[in-house]
Design a protein around this ligand. Structure first.
Ligand SMILES: CC(C)(COP(=O)(O)OP(=O)(O)OC[C@H]1O[C@@H](n2cnc3c(N)ncnc32)[C@H](O)[C@@H]1OP(=O)(O)O)[C@@H](O)C(=O)NCCC(=O)NCCS
Length: 175
């Protein structure tokens, strides 16, 4: 397994794997087909300079993807939102931990990052364990924030990670 920067050629495989993950109850909030492939391509292109978008690759194919995406306004552009998905069939092999370590190492080096935020469903204990073990703290509980596909509502947790240095560098680049 190797971790590398994502390219636009990865967009279709990433979109397909995310849709497959969305079919497994309790993991992702999105629903299959909700995000067009073009949006994945655009995100990869944007984060080539504005953030970091990586894939974990095995035998020439992506088996996971993850990215850090800055928030859109200058006042909160130091806050990077985390998305991480290990593709079905590859979970619990340490791939998520390896991708998150890569992103946190990048965040420690990149002076634009002042905070990393994410939302995780209250029932997603595997993801919460991973985040806590790498230094994320729980900041908030958003009650009944996620409508599950079975029609029930679930709480969402807000979690955050902070680099040791402060303050972050001001952003002048295009967000
Ligand atoms: C969450 C996710 C990123 C974790 O990555 P992964 O490669 O599967 O996980 P890893 O093998 O790196 O580590 C999993 C850890 O969770 C632990 N774990 C597994 N199930 C658990 C549970 N029910 N409760 C607590 N911890 C659990 C494992 O023991 C392991 O901990 P350890 O490394 O301290 O032994 C991955 O499973 C995934 O992408 N899931 C689907 C999408 C998703 O949920 N994304 C996050 C949305 S916020």
């Amino acid at each position: 397994m190797q971790i590398r920067t994502a390219t636009s050629d990865d967009a279709e495989a990433i979109a397909a794997a995310e849709a497959e993950t969305q079919r497994i109850p309790g993991l992702l909030v999105g629903r299959p087909g909700e995000i067009p492939v073009e949006a994945y391509r655009a995100k990869i292109a944007k984060l080539a300079t504005a953030g970091r978008y990586i894939v974990a690759e095995e035998k020439g194919a992506p088996i996971g993807h993850a990215f850090l995406d800055p928030m859109p306004m200058h006042a909160n552009a130091h806050v990077f939102r985390l998305t991480i998905v290990v593709h079905p069939g590859h979970m619990e092999r340490g791939i998520g931990r390896a991708m998150l370590r890569d992103l946190l190492d990048w965040a420690r080096r990149d002076t634009r990052v002042g905070k990393i935020e994410l939302n995780v469903r209250a029932g997603n204990l595997r993801a919460q364990h991973l985040y806590r073990s790498l230094g994320f703290v729980e900041e908030a509980r958003f009650k009944r924030r996620v409508c599950r596909q079975d029609g029930e509502y679930e709480d969402d947790l807000g979690m955050a990670w902070f680099p040791d240095r402060w303050p972050p560098a001001p952003r002048s680049d295009k967000l």
